[in-house]
Design a protein around this ligand. Structure first.
Ligand code: BG6
Length: 515
C-alpha cells in the first residue's frame, strides 16, 4: 500500500560558492557532481550558486565541464545531461588551476571567489569541500588559513568546510587532524562526512525508535537478547587495493559506518533534533562501549581475508581472485577484508546485551542490516510444549538493498491443530512512498549548505570511535594473525565469525567475560 507523503518543507538555502578540492578525483565524478546536479534538478540548490573546482591539472572551464558531463553519463545515467538544465548548471562551474600547496593559487582562488560573489550575489558564503586523498588534507587546511580564505569577510556570511573520510587512521592521527582543522575553522564550521548518515534508512532508525510508541519501551536489556549489525558487500577491491592495504575493513567500514549505525540503535532519546543534542547522545554510547583489553581482542574479535572464490552477479556466477591477488595488494598481505566484533555497552539500558558487528568484502550477498533479537517468551503455554518452532521475535532493519523493516512474530498456522510458525510483518520502505530514495550525498550537501550538521560527525564523536578501535588494531598487530585467506570470495565469511555469534566468544572463554 502506498502511503500519503506529507509535502516536504520548502528548503531555504542561502547562496554560496561550492569550492571543490579533489575536483578530478573518483569521488567527485561518481558521487559529488551527480549529487549536485541531481539536487539542482530538484530545485534544492540556492539561486545564487557556483561551483569552483580547484585542482592541479591544466583545464579550461569548458574542458572540465565536459569531463563532468561524461562522468554523469557514466556514473549517473538516469540524470539527463542533454538538456537545458545541464547547460544552466554547468555554466556555473569555474575551474581554478593550482597546486594544492601553492599559496599563490589560493590567492587567485580568493580573487576569483570575490568576482563570482559580485556576479552571482553569493553574499560571501563559501563551502569548501575536501574530497582529496587524506594525504592532502593538512596542506589544504593550512593554505586556507594562510590565504585567509577561512575568514568570513561580510557580516552575516558563512564559511564551512566539509571533510571526506577517512578521518585519520587511528586516534592519534584523528586528534591531530581535528587540531589542525580547529586551528583554522570553528567546530561549528566543520562538517565531517560519514555518508551512511545521509542514507534514508539510517535516518529512519531514529524515526522508527522515537516516532512510534511500540519499539522504544522494548529497546533495552529487559527485552533485547542481542543485536547484530551486518555490513556485507559482494565487491572486492575495484582498483582500490592500494588504499585498502593500509586501511582494512575495520578502518574502512567499522570505525565509521557500522559504529554510526550502532550508536543510532543504542542511544537515548535526544533532548531535541538539534545537531548537538543527537551527537551528544551518540558520543555517550561510544564512550559507554567497554574498551577491549588484549585478551578481549583475542576472544571477542575475528579477522578474515578472502581467498579465491566465485560471486553471484546479475549475469550469473563470476570467478573472483583472492585479496592477495588484487592489484595494489601485497601477495603476503595480512590486511583484514572481514572483521567481526562483540561489543558490550556498559550503561543501564544495555548492560549484558551483546552488540555483534560484522563487515566484509566479497561476501555472498550485499546486505546492510540491523537485527534486534528479543528475549524468548517464558517457558509456559506455547513455549512449554512443542507446537512447532517458537522463535523469539526479531526486528530487522534493512538499510540496503531492499530497504525496509520486518518484525518476526509467532502465529498460529490455520487448521484444527495448534501449530505455531514465525511469520514476518513487513514494511517495504522503498515502495511505500511515491518518492524515490536519493543518494546519501544529496542530503548531506543540502544539509551542509543550509547549515545543519546533525548528519555529520563531531570532533569528539570521531575521537571516541577511534579510542575504541585503535587498541583493537594495535592488539591485532601483536597477536598472531589467523592463517589467511580464511574465507572464500562469495561465502559468508570465516568460520570463527559464526562461532563468535553462536557462542559469544572465540577460542577458550578465558577469564574475560563481556556480560
Ligand atoms: C565507503 C568505503 O566508505 O563505503 C567502501 O570506503 C564501501 O569500501 C562503501 O564500499 C560502501 O558504501 P555504500 O553506500 O555503497 O554502502
Amino acid at each position: 500500500m502506498k502511503t500519503d507523503t506529507t509535502s516536504t518543507k520548502h528548503i531555504q538555502q542561502s547562496p554560496c560558492a561550492f569550492v571543490l578540492f579533489g575536483a578530478t578525483g573518483d569521488l567527485t565524478r561518481r558521487k559529488i557532481v551527480p549529487a549536485l546536479f541531481s539536487i539542482y534538478t530538484q530545485k534544492l540548490l540556492p539561486e545564487g550558486f557556483v561551483i569552483v573546482p580547484f585542482a592541479r591539472r591544466d583545464k579550461s572551464d569548458e574542458e572540465y565541464r565536459k569531463d563532468l558531463y561524461d562522468a554523469i553519463k557514466q556514473f549517473a545515467p538516469k540524470l539527463n545531461v542533454d538538456g537545458k538544465e545541464w547547460e544552466e548548471f554547468s555554466s556555473r562551474i569555474f575551474y581554478v588551476k593550482s597546486e594544492l600547496n601553492d599559496l599563490e593559487g589560493y590567492h587567485r582562488l580568493s580573487k576569483r571567489l570575490s568576482e563570482l560573489d559580485e556576479q552571482y550575489k553569493l553574499q560571501g558564503n563559501r563551502l569548501f569541500y575536501l574530497a582529496t586523498p587524506p594525504d592532502n588534507f593538512s596542506e589544504i587546511i593550512q593554505m586556507l588559513g594562510e590565504s585567509k580564505l577561512n575568514k568570513v569577510e561580510k557580516e552575516g556570511s558563512w564559511h564551512r568546510i566539509i571533510i571526506e573520510k577517512p578521518f585519520g587512521v587511528d586516534l592519534k592521527s584523528a586528534s591531530a587532524l581535528n587540531k589542525e582543522l580547529q586551528g583554522v575553522f570553528d567546530e561549528n564550521q566543520i562538517y565531517r562526512i560519514d555518508h551512511y548518515l545521509g542514507k534514508e534508512t539510517v535516518q529512519n532508525i531514529l524515526v522508527l525508535r522515537f516516532a512510534n510508541t511500540i519499539f522504544e519501551p522494548l529497546f533495552n536489556k529487559n527485552y533485547v537478547d542481542r543485536v547484530e549489525i551486518t555490513v556485507a558487500e559482494t565487491l572486492g577491491m575495484e582498483g582500490r587495493g592500494n588504499y585498502f592495504e593500509h586501511a582494512g575493513i575495520t578502518r574502512d567500514i567499522v570505525e565509521n559506518h557500522a559504529l554510526q549505525v550502532l550508536t543510532l540503535i543504542a542511544m537515548e532519546p535526544p533532548m531535541s533534533l538539534e545537531a548537538d543534542a543527537t551527537r551528544d547522545e551518540k558520543v555517550k554510547v561510544l564512550n559507554s562501549i567497554r574498551p577491549f583489553s588484549a585478551s578481549d581482542v583475542a576472544h571477542y574479535t575475528v579477522r578474515g581475508q578472502y581467498g579465491p572464490g566465485s560471486i553471484q552477479t546479475a549475469d550469473g556466477t563470476e570467478k573472483a581472485v583472492g585479496y592477495r591477488e588484487e592489484p595494489g595488494v601485497d601477495p603476503c598481505s595480512d590486511t583484514e577484508t572481514f572483521a567481526a566484533f562483540r561489543f558490550a555497552i556498559d550503561n543501564w539500558r544495555w548492560q549484558g546485551v551483546p552488540f555483534y558487528v560484522q563487515a566484509g568484502k566479497r561476501m555472498k550477498e550485499r546486505l546492510t542490516e540491523v537485527k534486534v533479537f528479543f528475549k524468548p517468551v517464558p517457558e509456559v503455554l506455547f513455549a512449554r510444549r512443542s507446537y512447532g518452532q517458537l522463535q523469539p521475535n526479531c526486528l530487522t532493519l534493512r538499510i540496503q538493498p531492499d530497504e525496509g523493516a520486518t518484525l518476526d512474530v509467532s502465529s498460529k498456522i490455520p487448521g484444527p491443530e495448534m501449530q505455531i510458525q514465525t511469520v514476518s510483518m513487513e514494511v517495504k520502505y522503498g515502495s511505500s512512498f511515491d518518492v524515490p530514495i536519493r543518494d546519501a550525498y544529496e542530503r548531506l550537501i543540502v544539509d551542509a549548505i543550509r547549515g545543519d550538521a546533525a548528519l555529520f560527525a563531531r570532533n569528539d564523536e570521531v575521537e571516541a570511535a577511534w579510542s575504541l578501535i585503535t587498541p583493537i588494531l594495535e592488539a591485532w598487530r601483536d597477536l598472531s594473525c589467523p592463517l589467511f585467506p580464511n574465507y572464500e570470495a562469495g561465502s559468508m565469511g570465516p568460520d570463527a565469525a559464526i562461532d563468535l555469534l553462536r557462542k559469544g566468544y572465540v577460542g577458550h572463554p578465558g577469564e574475560a567475560h563481556r556480560d
